[in-house]
Design a binder for this molecule. Structure first.
Ligand code: ZN
Ligand code: ZN
Ligand code: ZN
Length: 230
């Protein structure tokens, strides 16, 4: 995993703050994406630090602008941008490294921030917390209108997860679930006719239970008397 830029100690999983010297590391972009800082075209503020976000250009397949907080190193992606970046950064994943994925999923979630709901940098409404890709283990904050917020270190985790085939595995599992569901639906449809089958106990026109046996003498007597009375 990544090491601290200041003291070279290994960084704890799910955190970009060094346990050793306390310095904050840019594990998401340093050495991975070269970027330039642009003049912000909008007044978006960091949902954690409440300071203006920088607009940076990752230059992935041309111009690729996202927002970044200088202080906490969180990143904001407009709708669809994160998926596009993951797609552009990680290509040709055909192998699923289950060990690596399990390792990534087992590391405890970021302790840098308490579990709180934070506002969207664009509209200010409280964002939803979602497990990106259903099983990545990275809980991102998402505004359905404007995009996704990733805390510092989460992009690195996501990239590692995609590289290890996590997205591929997640898709396979979703397919399996769908098939399983379809199979169960088919099963219950086959059960219904047998449940509606004729019960072994039958009733004759006088309402007595016949039990598929020949009527006893009493039943015959009642029948004869009713016939006589009619
Ligand atoms: Zn350090
Ligand atoms: Zn911040
Ligand atoms: Zn929003």
């Amino acid at each position: 995993m990544a090491n601290c830029n200041n003291c070279s100690a290994p960084l704890p999983p799910h955190s970009n703050i060094c346990d050793h010297c306390g310095s904050k590391n840019d594990t998401d972009l340093k050495g991975i994406h070269q970027f330039t800082i642009h003049e912000p075209d909008s007044a978006r503020t960091c949902p954690r630090c409440k300071i203006s976000l920088q607009t940076i250009d990752l230059k992935v397949e041309g111009k690729f602008l996202i927002e970044r907080c200088e202080q906490c190193l969180g990143l904001f992606f407009d709708t669809g941008e994160l998926e596009a970046l993951l797609k552009a950064s990680v290509t040709h994943v055909y192998h699923i490294d289950r060990q690596k994925i399990d390792g990534l999923n087992q590391t405890s979630p970021s302790k840098d921030y308490p579990t709180t709901y934070i506002p969207c940098p664009v509209c200010g409404s409280i964002m939803n917390r979602v497990n990106f890709g259903t099983r990545s283990g990275v809980i991102i904050d998402r505004c359905p209108e404007h995009g996704m917020w990733l805390d510092g270190g989460e992009l690195r985790h996501l990239l590692e997860w995609v590289k290890a085939g996590g997205e591929l595995l997640s898709k396979q599992k979703n397919e399996q679930l769908k098939k399983e569901k379809a199979r169960q639906n088919g099963k219950s449809r086959n059960i219904r006719p047998s449940m509606g089958a004729t019960p072994s106990v039958t009733f004759d026109q006088y309402g007595s239970i016949l039990n598929n046996q020949a009527p006893d003498i009493f039943t015959i007597l009642v029948r004869v008397m009713r016939w006589l009375a009619s």
